[in-house]
Design a protein around this ligand. Structure first.
Ligand code: SF4
Ligand code: SF4
Length: 382
């Protein structure tokens, strides 16, 4: 039986909470046919839309938390239904109205972010510790560029190599940059997609205020999730700074002749389009141009790349949730990369790195292929 919703009709609540395009869905089923979940198990977004239209959502159904917000259905939907907004609204009913249980791992991560600004629950004051031995300066008014470190490279030792490589590149090129360390908090992208709008608003306001007080005008990020939120969502809340994904900055530096390679990387590298860089923001060419500029590197393509890229499974808060081994489509993607004969699977997102690193380990494929962020490949070739 569906948990009851107090006072208002379910469908009205979902529409008011941002899922208004629900009403134009005409049940063609293209979303179900496109969704990567159906490569590993049955998941029926069309059915979810239908039940939401009828006000028959079962808020206790664990499939409410399944969507990875990859956007594959959105680019194919003939009616322009904003599936992710509908799912976000459904999750918001659960997360903010308390009508059913939020999965434990997601609840803990969101609580950590709310209290200390990062999903790992690490002390706020230690956010800048990763940079201590690198001599990175604190951002002060007048500094040209803020390097905003996503929570994952900031606190996860396995992914910290992205931040270290990024700092190495920026130093080598001689860019005037700094970090805010303990003054920054999680961007809140996955917090919002998992329905926690009030917490997202608090995070966004806190970061916008910290940036404004420090005189930040331009920000570079590694995470497409930070990029998407800063670029497309923070302006709703009054943000006025410019944001670049690292691949855009590197592409520009190469084209301006300010970033020159001195070493070869004689490897076959296959590039995985992160959903939030590609489908959500149409940044497909810049990372490829950067990789192709590295001497000796041979760039391979997945059979389904760019707009058709398979999600790693880490978006929409899924990165914090347990996914049974047999349901991980990052495993399918890694196998595709191996089958293509790649020496390196190149990523441009800390979530993708975390997911693929885990696949490499759990599939027993270490030594078969390497997982590297584009920042690492660029740093190696400088
Ligand atoms: S593809 Fe669009 S119109 Fe078709 S069922 Fe899915 S949401 Fe509805
Ligand atoms: S956004 Fe991606 S994971 Fe979510 S329903 Fe659409 S295709 Fe499936």
């Amino acid at each position: 039986m569906s948990p009851a919703i107090p006072d208002k009709e379910t469908v009205d609540i979902i529409r008011e909470m941002g899922g208004d395009t629900l009403k134009i869905c005409y049940q063609c089923g293209t979303c179900t046919g496109t969704c990567p979940w159906n490569l590993v198990r049955t998941f029926l977004p069309r059915r979810m839309m239908h039940r939401a239209q009828l006000g028959l959502i079962d808020f206790g159904d664990k499939d409410i938390w399944t969507c990875a917000t990859c956007g594959a259905c959105k680019v194919r939907c003939p009616r322009g239904v904003e599936m992710i907004d509908v799912i976000r609204a459904i999750r918001k009913v659960v997360a903010e109205m308390g009508v059913a249980k939020v999965p434990d791992s997601l609840r803990v991560s969101v609580k950590n972010i709310s209290y200390v600004g990062n999903p790992q629950g690490e002390p706020e004051k230690e956010r800048g510790n990763w940079a201590q031995d690198l001599g990175v300066k604190a951002f002060t008014p007048g500094t040209e560029l803020l390097y905003f470190t996503c929570c994952i490279p900031a606190f996860d030792a396995k992914v910290r190599r992205i931040a270290r490589a990024t700092v190495g590149i920026l130093n080598k090129v001689g860019i005037d940059f700094g970090v805010l360390g303990a003054k920054e908090r999680c961007c809140g992208e996955s917090v919002r997609k998992s329905g926690n709008e009030t917490i997202f608003q608090g995070l966004a306001k806190s970061n916008i205020q910290a940036f404004a007080e420090s005189g930040v005008k331009k920000v570079v990020v590694n995470s497409p999730h930070c990029y998407h939120t800063f670029k497309n969502e923070y302006p709703e809340i009054g943000a006025e700074f410019e944001v670049l994904h690292l691949s855009q900055l590197l592409d520009q530096l190469i084209r301006d002749g300010k970033l020159k390679f001195s070493k070869e990387i004689k490897k076959k590298v296959i590039y995985h389009d992160p959903c939030y860089l590609g489908r959500h923001n149409q940044i497909y060419d810049e990372p490829r141009r950067v990789l192709q500029a590295i001497p000796g590197l041979e760039l391979l393509e997945f059979p389904d790349s760019r707009q058709s890229s398979i999600c790693c499974g880490g978006g929409g808060g899924r990165v914090w949730m347990e996914t049974p081994k047999e349901e991980r489509f990052c495993d399918l993607r890694l196998q595709q990369a191996i089958d293509a004969g790649a020496d390196v699977l190149a990523v441009a997102c800390p979530y993708c790195m975390l997911m693929f690193d885990d696949s490499l380990l759990t599939m027993g494929k270490e030594g078969t292929i390497e997982i590297k962020d584009i920042s690492e490949l660029v740093m190696e070739a400088l």
